[in-house]
Design a protein around this ligand. Structure first.
Ligand SMILES: NC(=O)c1ccc[n+]([C@@H]2O[C@H](COP(=O)([O-])OP(=O)(O)OC[C@H]3O[C@@H](n4cnc5c(N)ncnc54)[C@H](OP(=O)(O)O)[C@@H]3O)[C@@H](O)[C@H]2O)c1
Length: 237
């Protein structure tokens, strides 16, 4: 399978790439801004499977205007088509609504909503050539309608809610194609993001367990689900 994961340098993305490396002869492209993190990922994948094909791409997903000119050619260097796209990269600033600057809000909108939307758009031709292609958008319980909300996460949660709605809309728009689009709304997971945003809080869910679940869903779920927003949370938060 050919797989593209955004945000592979740490956290859930780092673990998901290793799962894909371990389970078979997969070609995995991982995108992040951090070259050292992606180098660590490549080494970790090789430790899991000496035959692992992990292709790192150092790119800032906020640079939406460079997707077609810079990012797409880099992806096409490694993958002729895409079977699984996991829009996982995320950015969170935990701050009261009144204190969030326009720049901070824009950064969360760019990484959490605009980037997955635009990346999906430019990759659709490559996905149409895939086998049972599946797009998995990583959202949050904060962006799940009717869920308990938490102070400090207003803009972050709203961007994740937008990603969930985009998923439902895209499934409708792409229903004549063989591409499935789903969204998983995660509860808390122990990752660097959680540690930085909520120092001192520990989640009962490890990034390895969550990554293994998402990888299994990405491989098998596209045949059973389309346009669904699925909560994956054992506790609140
Ligand atoms: N952890 C949780 O409790 C939790 C709960 C609900 C949902 N989620 C969601 O799950 C996903 C993974 O979260 P995580 O906890 O693993 O986060 P994390 O530890 O902060 O990792 C985030 C990843 O996104 C990448 N990223 C961020 N901004 C980027 C940019 N501008 N360009 C390219 N890559 C960028 C980071 O790479 P670089 O910094 O190297 O660029 C990193 O690899 C996110 O979408 C998050 O919102 C997490």
């Amino acid at each position: 399978m050919n797989i593209l994961i955004t945000g592979g340098s740490r956290g859930i993305g780092f673990e998901m790439a290793q799962c894909f490396a371990e389970i078979g002869d997969n070609n995995i492209v991982a995108i992040s801004r951090n070259e050292a993190g992606l180098k660590d990922l490549k080494n970790a994948c090789i430790r899991k499977n000496v035959q692992a094909h992990l292709y790192p791409i150092v790119f800032d997903l906020e640079q939406v205007s460079q997707y077609e000119t810079v990012l797409l050619p880099k992806i096409q260097q490694f993958l002729p088509h895409i079977d699984i796209l996991i829009n996982n990269a995320g950015f969170l600033i935990n701050k009261p609504f009144e204190s969030i600057t326009a720049e901070e809000a824009l950064q969360m909108c760019s990484v959490n909503f605009l980037a997955p939307a635009q990346l999906t758009r430019i990759l659709l031709p490559m996905m149409r050539k895939g086998t049972s292609p599946h797009i998995v958008n990583i959202s949050s319980m904060g962006g799940f309608q009717g869920s308990q909300k938490f102070k400090g996460l207003s803009i972050y949660s709203a961007t994740k809610g937008a990603l969930a709605v985009l998923t439902e809309c895209l499934a409708e728009e792409l229903k004549e194609s063989k591409i499935s689009v789903n969204c998983v709304a995660l509860g808390s997971v122990n990752t660097p993001m959680l540690k930085e945003a909520f120092p001192g809080f520990t989640s009962p869910v490890s990034s390895t367990d969550m990554a293994a679940w998402i990888v299994n869903f990405a491989v098998t779920g596209g045949k059973l689900f389309n346009g669904k927003v699925i909560p994956v949370a054992i506790t609140t938060p």
